[in-house]
Design a protein around this ligand. Structure first.
Ligand SMILES: NC(=O)c1ccc[n+]([C@@H]2O[C@H](COP(=O)([O-])OP(=O)(O)OC[C@H]3O[C@@H](n4cnc5c(N)ncnc54)[C@H](OP(=O)(O)O)[C@@H]3O)[C@@H](O)[C@H]2O)c1
Length: 300
């Protein structure tokens, strides 16, 4: 086995794809799991289903696995708690234990939603307080992974990908002179996909394991994010209409309180990443500037 062979579980999801591209560009040895029987990348993709333990036998020996697979919709977890718990906790823990038996340590990707979002910058030592099924599942799976030798968890808030659907849609509409809607009472503290992957790889190189967190340094409302996007692309901010989160789809179906589906605070204290790996939290503006076509606005 090569010195460091990386395995990405969920290699065709958003984070798994970005991690695969980064490892490929950096020339690392890796394999990435897919649920497509005819994979797009024959060299690196391996068929694997969390629900089917027989497919795990196909996995190559690896020194570190990044667990990017799972049901990631807060709404879906709320509506189908048993089905999603079985995958996000039951099967994920079984796979991580299966890998640990082969001396492969795992890095689990978790979320700010292990907290209730009532206060800014919770620390890794702050007691968890999930208010959604998704958050409760992440707490359970985190605890099981951290109990294993070399097990690591990174809690991420929003990760911004270059093809972010919402922002790309806004940019297209604004450029065409169309109005857009953005919520005044919905917040994000995004980090770029590059930064999230850099943190993952740093943690993956850490053999002791541990709990880490990463978000931007503050929350920004979606209305202010839309304003930043418009200003930094020379579009008219007058095209932005302020709405409330209660006007957005999804809330009624889940039966969740608006504060639980869209928490007021999404930031995370990232001290461990900065002290152990020198990875600093960006400002929201710095994260937004990583998107194609967005330039820095002086003073922001
Ligand atoms: N993106 C973010 O902003 C963010 C923020 C915080 C935490 N996270 C966490 O980061 C992780 C990755 O997120 P993401 O945004 O990359 O999610 P994503 O795009 O929804 O990808 C999820 C992946 O899981 C795979 N998957 C689902 N069920 C599976 C099963 N039964 N067996 C095998 N694979 C299965 C999917 O495969 P298919 O493509 O075949 O469906 C997909 O590749 C998740 O744990 C998420 O909770 C993400």
């Amino acid at each position: 086995m090569p010195d460091e062979f990386h395995l990405i579980v969920g290699g065709e999801g958003k984070l798994g794809t970005h991690l695969s591209e980064t490892l490929r560009m950096q020339g690392h040895e890796f394999a990435a799991t897919t649920r497509h029987k005819q994979p797009s990348d024959q060299r690196h993709h391996i068929y694997c289903d969390l629900n089917d333990g027989d497919t795990w036998e196909n996995l190559p020996e690896a020194s570190v696995a990044y667990i990017c697979a799972g049901i990631t919709s807060v709404e879906h977890c709320e509506i189908e708690p048993e089905e999603t718990y079985a995958i996000n906790v039951g099967q994920t823990v079984r796979l991580v234990e299966f890998l640990a038996e082969k001396d492969c340590r795992s890095v689990l990707i978790s979320t700010n939603r292990v907290f209730d979002g009532n206060s800014e910058m919770p620390k890794t030592s702050t007691a968890t307080s999930p208010t959604t099924e998704y958050g409760r599942q992440k707490v359970d799976v985190e605890n099981r992974v951290l109990a294993l030798p070399g097990g690591s968890v990174i809690r991420l808030s929003k990760v911004l990908f270059s093809d972010d659907q919402l922002i790309s849609g806004w940019l297209t509409a604004l450029a065409a002179g169309h109005e857009i809607k953005a919520a005044t009472d919905m917040y994000q503290s995004p980090v770029s996909a590059d930064l999230a992957v850099s943190a993952l790889l740093s943690i993956g190189s850490e053999k002791e394991g541990g709990l880490f967190q990463l978000s931007a340094t503050s929350d920004m409302s979606m209305l202010d994010i839309a304003g930043y996007v418009a200003s930094s692309t020379d579009c008219k901010t007058s095209l932005i209409n302020a709405i409330s989160r209660i006007d957005l789809a999804g809330l009624e179906r889940t039966g969740l309180h608006p504060d639980h589906l869209f928490p007021r605070h999404t930031t995370l204290d990232s001290s461990e990443l900065s002290s152990e790996f020198g990875i600093m939290s960006p400002t929201v503006a710095e994260s937004l500037q990583t998107l194609d076509g967005l330039r820095a606005i002086p003073g922001k």
